[in-house]
Ligand binder design. Structure first.
Ligand SMILES: [Zn+2]
Length: 260
């Protein structure tokens, strides 16, 4: 896929601000196949400053699955591979990487964060940090031919609220799980569609139009190409909306760790 082939469905609208988009600092969490699609979709939208974070390395079975990785990348960090391949492909120098955990980041000075990892703990951590620092967070996942996207803004429900809702519906992983269970291998065209949707949301945020972002939880079904959204409200049990005196959970206590 050529990132400059114009295949992005987001034709620049009247509010599009190329300069703000190019200058927006975007944190991309997860350099798996979805993360790599997100990098390409962001670039196609005009984003030029991205930090990609992933602690994992490229495995042999990733070849043919990770859109940017080649045989020679096996054993190298996914984040380094994605950033290098994007620089090669686009000649844009603005793809930085951190080969490690998102918890190790020194600062959270971003205009927007896109979470593209299936790891529930990581998503909850990034969600909590995004709330603390007031950075808009786009939580996107793909599993098989199904995708899910939520835009977390300064006000309103956060990703943990969204997961709480899934839990009560019996659809998703609860935040108490230590590790994400083995998931269905995501369908590449579903991942591209989710990456495109996520980059469209990032574009609205970068251009100051977060009021136009998707509200609630967006579901995509790659089997028939349909999307629908479910309204979300703040979960009264969610620790990301309570005052300082509230009971600390194991998740919210992580906000006090690290070099920040
Ligand atoms: Zn919440």
């Amino acid at each position: 896929m050529d990132v400059t082939d114009g295949s992005d469905p987001h034709i620049p609208p009247a509010w599009y601000d190329g300069s703000r988009t190019a200058n927006a600092r975007v944190l991309v969490v997860g350099a798996g196949s979805l993360g790599e699609e997100v990098l390409q979709a962001l670039f196609a939208c005009g984003f030029r400053r991205m930090l990609i974070v992933d602690p994992r390395t490229v495995g042999k079975d990733d070849i043919g699955r990770l859109p940017l990785a080649a045989e020679s990348d096996v054993g190298r960090f996914r984040s380094e591979t994605a950033s290098r391949r994007m620089r090669e492909k686009t000649t844009c120098p603005g793809f930085a990487y951190h080969a490690g955990y998102v918890r190790e980041l020194d600062g959270w000075n971003f205009e927007v964060i896109v979470g593209c990892t299936g790891d529930v703990d990581t998503r909850l951590f990034v969600n909590a940090r995004a709330r603390t620092y007031g950075v808009p967070y786009i939580d996107v996942t793909a599993d098989g031919t199904r995708g899910k996207l939520q835009v977390v803004l300064a006000k309103g429900p956060c990703a943990e609220c969204g997961m709480g809702r899934l839990r009560t519906m019996g659809l998703g992983a609860g935040p108490s799980r230590e590790r994400a269970a083995a998931r269905t291998r995501a369908d590449p065209s579903t991942e591209r569609r989710m990456a495109s949707l996520a980059s469209g949301e990032a574009l609205r945020i970068a251009c100051g139009r977060s009021d136009l972002c998707t509200k609630g939880m967006l579901y995509y079904d790659g089997a028939d190409g349909s999307t629908y959204t479910i309204a979300l409200s703040v979960d009264p049990k969610c620790p990301n909306h309570s005052g300082e005196g509230s009971k600390w959970t194991s998740k919210s206590s992580m906000q006090g760790t690290g070099p920040l």
